[in-house]
Design a protein around this ligand. Structure first.
Ligand code: AMP
Ligand code: ZN
Length: 132
């Protein structure tokens, strides 16, 4: 869609700190993380919300999360858990479907907003996630 921020990101017109990409989706760091390593899984194809997302995409997202991304977050960031969320209509800022992967840490006092004291610089987190 013409004026959709995430469509522009999908086309590579706006840079992101990308962790994984294939024909179906891009997984990149949220620009305003709630915890260290907060990622978004975004389908390449524009779909808006839970009402129109293809079911196959949900299956794909589950598979890639448990096979690749959660292991990566555990290995590189030593997280203790993972919160998976997805907003629709009210509370959804970007009207292009996306799933939040929010690593959890035993001391994170998780709320729906970030705990600034615990946040590291996103460049540092990106480096940790992408270094071999
Ligand atoms: P939601 O409120 O569920 O629509 O979440 C939208 C998310 O997109 C928020 O967590 C934002 O921080 C994130 N976001 C917005 N713009 C960008 C961007 N250019 N790159 C990465 N994440 C973004
Ligand atoms: Zn879009």
């Amino acid at each position: 869609m013409e004026d959709c921020l995430f469509c522009k990101i999908m086309k590579g017109e706006i840079p992101t700190k990308t962790i994984y990409e294939d024909d179906i989706a891009k997984i990149f760091m949220d620009i305003n993380p709630i915890t260290n390593g907060h990622l978004l899984i975004v389908p390449k194809k524009h779909q808006e919300n839970v009402l129109d997302i293809e079911e196959d995409f949900i299956v794909y997202a589950l598979k890639i999360t448990r096979e690749k991304i959660f292991p990566l977050l555990k290995e590189k960031l030593n997280c203790d858990g993972l919160t998976i969320t997805e907003n629709n209509f009210y509370g959804q800022d970007i009207k292009h479907f996306h799933i939040h992967l929010i690593p959890r840490y035993k001391n994170d006092e998780y709320k729906e907003i970030s705990n600034e004291d615990l946040l590291e610089d996103t460049d540092t987190i990106y480096k940790k996630l992408t270094e071999k």
